[in-house]
Design a protein around this ligand. Structure first.
Ligand code: NAP
Length: 339
């Protein structure tokens, strides 16, 4: 075990796009567990768009950031956390975390499934896609979808799950031609356009000339306006996120034809995945066999080394990830087996 612990703090409120100077890495000795707690040496970290939202005021300055993390218990003073166990917890953005048993969940070791999947399609990212399709859209076989930010973590998971759920035509948007090609060649999308190459409404009209039944929206803005125009009768908008506006809070409001919502009997519904944690086991039961059979593949961008965590976060906001962005400790194990 290393004898230096490193923790990332937010030290300034960004104006628009955040920069490396908004963060500091603070070093200390490795903590010791107090009675009732354990020390976890962290192995995999998730960096997420919601961190950007929380940087404007929810995160305290000069305090450790939080985030979804997988680590191994290396010292314990509680029977609830056994040394050697691999656990999921939310005290992330640091190399070592002190956790109580109720803050950590031991991860199952699914044969043939990499540990990192618990931060992607088996974790909050996959659960978001699963809830969006099964509970909010209530997707029916053969229905046609449009997904924004299709090449990201939620977008790739949505494509993979929609295929297995029997979706019809899958249309996506993404920020580069390389991402568009990846989505059609590997993830199961039928057609993907680059939203930077022209107005979204025009490109969507070409990609889905007969309309769509469901829009899974990770972006907001022009994407949302265009999709409302393209939806068929009884269409649904699944509002997942608004990443197009997190760094531009003064962006103008979305314009769309409000009469469409009535005339086409549309439903627009948003949700927070944290309110659907009870579906975690259902997600595992649905996805793990698909991962094990190879029907669903992993879509990940892995950044090696804790030292890259801030750049990984900023890169994700810039669109440098393909699939779920994950930071991996040097030498991290590939499975959840106890040591
Ligand atoms: P992600 O999609 O893996 O990463 C963010 C992606 O957003 C980037 O790769 C980039 O791809 C795209 N992007 C960045 N700026 C953009 C812009 N101005 N316009 C269009 N696309 C832009 O992140 P994720 O974790 O899967 O999250 C996706 C969305 O879901 C976010 O809005 C997030 O807040 C939301 N979310 C919500 C919940 C919930 O509970 N409701 C849970 C998880 C995530 P391009 O190269 O394609 O631009």
């Amino acid at each position: 075990m290393n004898d230096i612990a490193r923790t990332v703090h937010q030290i300034a409120r960004p104006h628009g796009f955040p920069s490396p100077g908004d963060f500091a890495v603070v070093e200390s000795g490795v903590p010791s567990p107090a009675p009732g707690t354990a020390v976890v040496e962290n192995l995999y970290w998730s960096v997420d768009p919601y961190h950007r939202e929380m940087m404007d005021g929810d995160f305290a300055l000069n305090e450790p950031l939080e985030g979804r993390t997988i680590g191994r218990v290396v010292a314990s003073r509680t029977p609830g956390l056994v040394e050697g166990a691999v656990v999921f917890h939310r005290h992330g953005w640091r190399t070592h975390s002190v956790v109580r048993p109720e803050e950590a969940r031991e991860l199952p070791d699914f044969p043939g499934v990499p540990l990192s999947a618990h931060l992607g399609i088996l974790g909050g990212t996959g659960l978001t896609a699963y809830v969006g399709l099964t509970r909010i859209a209530r997707l029916q076989e053969g229905e046609d979808l449009f997904v924004s930010a299709a090449a990201g973590g939620v977008g790739t998971a949505t494509g993979r799950l929609a295929r297995v759920l029997g979706a019809g035509r899958l249309v996506g948007s993404a920020g580069t031609a390389a991402k568009a090609a990846y989505l059609t060649e590997h993830v199961g999308y039928d057609t993907v356009f680059n939203y930077r190459e022209g107005p979204v409404a025009e490109q969507l009209a070409k990609a889905a000339p007969d309309g769509i039944d469901v829009f899974v929206d990770n972006v907001g803005g022009d994407h949302l306006g265009a999709a409302i125009g393209a939806l068929r009768d009884f269409g649904r908008v699944v509002r997942i996120g608004t990443i197009g506006q997190y760094n531009t809070p003064d962006a103008p409001p979305v314009l769309f034809n409000h009469a469409d919502v009535v005339e086409k009997s549309l439903r627009i519904e948003g949700f927070h995945v944290r309110n659907y944690r009870d579906l975690q086991e259902e997600l595992h039961a649905f996805v793990v066999p698909q991962l094990q059979s190879g029907r669903i593949g992993l879509d990940e961008t892995v950044v090696d080394g804790f030292g890259g965590i801030v750049e990984a976060f900023l890169g994700m906001l810039r669109g440098q990830n393909q699939g779920k962005i994950i930071v991996r400790a040097t030498g991290a194990p590939l499975t959840a087996a106890r040591s």
